[in-house]
Write a protein that binds this ligand. Structure first.
Ligand code: B12
Ligand code: SF4
Length: 444
């Protein structure tokens, strides 16, 4: 049996000593990838602990925790915006416990394994999914190369996420994560995910990164994207477990796109009716795209009848030029129509949109003005703006990097640890954006 400490380095959009009373998804959400690894490790008899940096006061407290827990292995889950924090976490742990083996995993190490190894901070990089291979690594590390691919799991056969490694899980479940002034979710709320990967190819998003992360080996030996979901019965079993164990009243499905297969969604809705989950009163929230909502109006109605309260819609922009630049495959009119459909079925709309996007013709403030006007017309229950970030692994990242447009230099480490509202791209007037941005969050 090995002692494994998992690290959630999610400081970038949150911070040390994150206050759970300040309602923000970045501070409150657990990380399901880590919880899945914990479930898989525990099922094999390993002892698992957690260092969620947001719950600590700083690097000193983290070093003390490493010393106290004295793990054999440390696994750090890394998104690009957290890369420098993850490197610091690995280096700090090595100073305290020079013999500990440190493993990097998640989307950033999958895309940039050499960059991780070159820091000298990690002993291993696991690319791809970790439920099968991470337990094997901690059992017999000598079998593994420094950098290796995790075996692809069957999503119906892996243990459910072990959320209990968060000692403050109940507080998190009772902290409504959205901070919407006009509307509250029934609590406690749990987080779940069905799909791994997204079939769309929007250029601002790290979809290509996900295509590298969720993969399988094809019959001719090539590694290919493997976008897939769980069976309806597997998702229902987890929901029933969460209702029984925690008495959850609501659930957030973190899928990139909940409606990838309308047939699956229909089956899921029938199942939650049949199992009495709708009658019990469970409410839910998830994400979708405007074009998908327009194509599936009846289904949106059925989702609403089955407890869907809120849809997070990635409108992203109301400027045709930016929608084309983002290869969103959505027209401005579809954005408006999708919002109408949601309003008609009494589903509240959370509007995600992005400001400050220079294209190959430069930055045009008119694009952002169109977006702000558009999003006002959509009348969402919550406005969720972000300043455009060139995300490593996205199709557009190369354009900003090659044209020297990224503020604060170009390497991934320096792009890390910046909040959603920090200036990221040269040539954008961020004072202007601050002035036109709509901020209706109650706490931040
Ligand atoms: C839920 C979610 C959020 C939530 C919660 C984040 C969280 N704490 O998990 C919120 C809303 C807060 C959020 C915020 C942001 N997010 Co987000 N988010 C997601 C989303 C939709 C699902 C994550 C998830 O649960 N996946 C399912 C689990 C099972 O998979 P997994 O995490 O990949 O873990 C598996 C493997 O990666 C591996 N693994 C992971 N860690 C480790 C560690 C070790 C040691 C090992 C061995 C293996 C391993 O094994 C796991 C099990 O198989 C993903 C997209 C996606 N589908 O993954 C985007 C995604 C991770 N987010 C992304 C981004 C860009 C952001 C933001 C920057 C957005 C913004 N502009 O505001 C912020 C930054 C927050 C941060 N600190 O990183 C990008 C990251 C791209 C990148 N290059 O890093 C993604 C991939 C979306 C995308 N396609 O662009 N996000
Ligand atoms: S923005 Fe949404 S729909 Fe587009 S590729 Fe990313 S997750 Fe998929």
């Amino acid at each position: 049996m090995a002692k494994v400490m998992l690290v959630n380095p999610a400081l970038a959009y949150s911070g040390w000593n994150a206050d759970l009373k300040k309602l923000s998804p970045d501070s409150i959400f657990i990380r399901l990838g880590i919880a899945y690894l914990a479930g898989a490790l525990k099922a094999k008899g390993h002892e698992v602990s957690l260092a969620d940096l947001r719950t600590l006061s700083g690097w000193n407290e983290y070093a003390q925790l490493v010393k106290k827990l004295s793990p054999d292995f440390i696994g750090i889950s890394i998104h690009s915006v957290e890369f420098s924090i993850a490197v610091e976490a690995a280096k700090t742990a090595k100073k305290v416990l020079p013999k500990v083996k440190i493993v990097a995993g998640g989307i950033h190490p999958t895309m940039f394994p050499k960059e991780c190894i070159d820091t000298g901070a990690f002993d291993y990089v696991l690319q791809g999914e970790g439920e099968i291979s991470f337990p094997l690594l901690v059992e017999e590390p000598s079998r593994f190369l420094k950098c290796f691919w995790g075996e692809t799991p069957d999503l119906d056969k892996i243990p459910f996420p072990e959320r209990g490694i968060w000692p403050d899980l109940k507080t998190r479940m009772y902290s409504e994560p959205f901070g919407i002034s006009k509307f509250r979710f029934p609590l406690p709320m749990a987080e779940m995910i069905n799909m791994r990967g997204c079939p769309f190819n929007c250029t601002f998003c790290c979809g290509p990164g996900e295509h590298q992360l969720y993969t399988k080996i094809s019959s001719n030996g090539e590694r290919i994207p493997y976008i897939r979901g769980r069976s309806v019965s597997n998702v229902i079993s987890e929901l029933e477990m969460l209702i029984e164990k925690y008495g959850i009243k609501s659930v957030m499905f973190h899928d990139d796109q909940f409606i990838v297969s309308p047939k699956w969604v229909e089956e899921f809705i029938n199942a939650i009716h049949d199992r009495g989950i709708v009658r019990y009163g469970l409410k839910w929230v998830t994400s979708s795209r405007a074009d998908i909502i327009c194509k599936n109006e009846d289904l949106i109605g059925k989702m609403a009848d089955a407890g869907l309260l809120l849809l997070i819609v990635g409108f992203e922009s109301f400027s045709p030029r930016i929608l084309r630049w983002f290869k969103k495959s959505v027209e401005v009119e579809q954005n408006f129509k999708a919002a109408e459909i949601c309003h008609k079925h009494n589903v509240k709309v959370w509007a995600n949109y992005i400001l400050g996007i220079p294209t190959d013709t430069g930055w045009h403030k008119e694009d952002d003005l169109m977006t702000v006007e558009g999003v006002l017309r959509v009348n969402p229950v919550h406005y969720s703006p972000a300043f455009y970030t060139p995300v490593p692994g996205s199709a557009l990242y190369a354009f900003y990097k090659n044209n020297n447009l990224i503020i604060g230099d170009e390497d991934n480490e320096r792009l890390s640890n910046r909040g959603a509202m920090a200036p990221k791209v040269k040539g954008v007037d961020y004072d202007f954006l601050q002035a036109i941005m709509i901020d209706d969050s109650i706490f931040w």
